[in-house]
Structure formats: C-alpha cells, structure tokens
Design a protein around this ligand. Structure first.
Ligand SMILES: [Zn+2]
Length: 298
C-alpha cells in the first residue's frame, strides 16, 4: 500500500519539471482565456475607448432602452404632432363650421316666412292638407291644382238655414261667391296682378291653389239689394254684417279673417268671408276668439 504512494511520489518528484511545465504552460494558456473572460466581463463596465467601441454594440441595448424611453417620449412627440393637428386644422374647420351655423339660422326664417307671406318656390301637393279633419288652405298650405270638389253640400245646407234665420230678423243674405276652381282663381289673380301689381294683389287676393274658396267650404256673403257692400269692409258695419258676425257660428260658419288677426291668418280682415267648419268647432272658435290657425295650432 505504501509502495504505490511512494511510486506516485517518486513519479511526481521525477516529473516535477514536466508537471510544472504543464501547469505553467496551462496557466499561460488559460491565463489569457481567463483574462479575456474577466476582461470581457469587466470591460463592459469600465474600460477604455477600445472597450467603448465594443460597448457601443451593447449600448444599443441601452439605446434600445432609449428608444423605449423614446417610445415613452413618443406620446409626447405624438402629442406634439397631434397638437399641430388638433390646434391648427380641426379648430379652423370648427371655426368654418360656426359660420355655417349663421347660414343655417337665416334659413329658418326662409323656411317659416310670416303667415301673410308665401313660401318661395313652394310646390303644389298631390293631396290636400288635413288637420284634425279640416281641409287647410292658406298662404302656407296650398291645395292640389286638381282639387275640384265643388261647393260643399253641408256648407250649403248650413248657409240656407242661416239665411232663413236671418230672413226672420229682416236680412236677406246672399252667398255671392262660394266654390272657385284652381283655374278660376288663377284667372282672377292674374287680372288683379295685371291691374295693381303682384304685391298689391297679394294683399286682397289669394294666388291660385291658395284660395279657401277652392275647398268649397268658403262662402262670401252679402245682403241682397246692398251690392255696394259686397266684398267690402263696409259690410261689417251694416246691420246684416253685424248680425252674421254674431250668429254665423250657430250654423257652423266662422269669420275666417277677423280684424286684428291679420298676422295669424295672412289676410286682411274680410267681414264677408265665412268658412264652414261645423257648429261645435265654430262655436268654440267664436267663444275663444280663435282663428282656424289658432284653433288647430298651425
Ligand atoms: Zn272669400
């Protein structure tokens, strides 16, 4: 057992120079590797420009952190490009939109002109305007050009009853103008325009399609033998005119264009023009002093 130990010792002693040479050689060979490794690790943090040139490559990792920071900064940068986008272009179109609004504001008065004014370039409807069963004909609601039903039979019956009652009180009423076709109104209106001009004609005559007489429900009423008051403001001052003003509603008629309601109805006061609506509505409007426009909230 001791002999091999000695043999090893003897071999070690004999091989000392070789062992040393091998160890030194290995150290010499390993040293630069170890140093290189150590230097590589240490160089990254603290060495010279030679190392900085090499660390420029690992620094890109830092530089990638910087772009990450830049990505964090990108929102700032993106906010900056957004700022010019938000500040300049959108606000200016908003300002351009605001002048569009005042353009819209003057348009509503164009859409809703005064009740005594016609709506420009308005087209005739294909069907009459019915509100709660009432046929509407005024300067904002024209009738179809072919609306041609003639004089309303119920309105005629009501007038006959009213005329009979008036006769008992001493007044002989006459309906001197009732239904007018579109063509008839067109002829009349054109005659008035050629005589007095359109602006004046619009004050006392409806344009074709806009006359309530085309409904067959409007009756122009006067007193027989007093033709000088027919279709005249003076009729309202006559006893017959005052009688019908106070009694027409009992037979279903309303004074369609009362004094003081010109801006509501669109027409000057006509003491002779009556519209048949039925007894109950006529009584309601008479009691509350409402026009048909007010009664139907047109
Ligand atoms: Zn009339």
């Amino acid at each position: 057992m001791q002999s091999p130990k000695y043999r090893f010792n003897k071999k070690d002693k004999k091989n000392w120079p070789i062992v040393l040479a091998v160890i030194l050689g290995s150290l010499v060979l390993l040293a630069p590797v170890v140093w290189m490794g150590l230097h590589n690790w240490s160089l990254d943090e603290s060495l010279t420009a030679m190392n900085f040139q090499k660390t420029d490559e690992p620094e890109p990792s830092h530089s990638t952190d910087k772009p990450v920071d830049e990505v964090n900064e990108d929102p700032n940068q993106t906010q900056k490009p957004k700022l010019p986008k938000e500040t300049v272009p959108p606000k200016k179109p908003e300002k351009t939109e605001t002048p569009v609004e005042p353009k819209e504001s003057p348009s509503p008065p164009v859409e809703k002109p005064a009740s005594d004014e016609y709506i420009p370039n308005q087209k005739y409807p294909s069907t009459p305007t019915l509100v709660e069963g009432f046929v509407i004909a005024n300067k904002h609601y024209p009738l179809p050009t072919d609306y041609n039903k003639g004089e309303d039979s119920k309105a005629r019956e009501a007038f006959d009853q009213m005329a009979a009652a008036a006769k008992l009180d001493g007044f002989e009423l006459v309906a001197f103008s009732t239904f007018r076709s579109f063509e008839r109104q067109e002829t009349l209106y054109n005659q008035y325009v050629s005589k007095d001009g359109q602006q004046a004609a619009d004050q006392y005559s409806a344009r074709p399609g806009y006359s309530e007489h085309q409904t067959g429900l409007a009756f122009d009423i006067g007193e027989r033998n007093f033709e000088q008051h027919w279709a005249s403001a003076s009729f309202g001052k006559t006893p017959a005119g005052q009688w019908i003003a106070n009694n027409a509603h009992k037979y279903g008629f309303i004074m369609r264009y009362p004094l003081g309601k010109e801006e509501v109805t669109g027409y000057m006061h006509e003491s002779w023009h009556f519209r048949y609506v039925g007894v109950e509505p006529a009584t309601d409007m008479f009691t509350h002093k409402q026009t048909l426009e007010e009664y139907l909230d047109l």
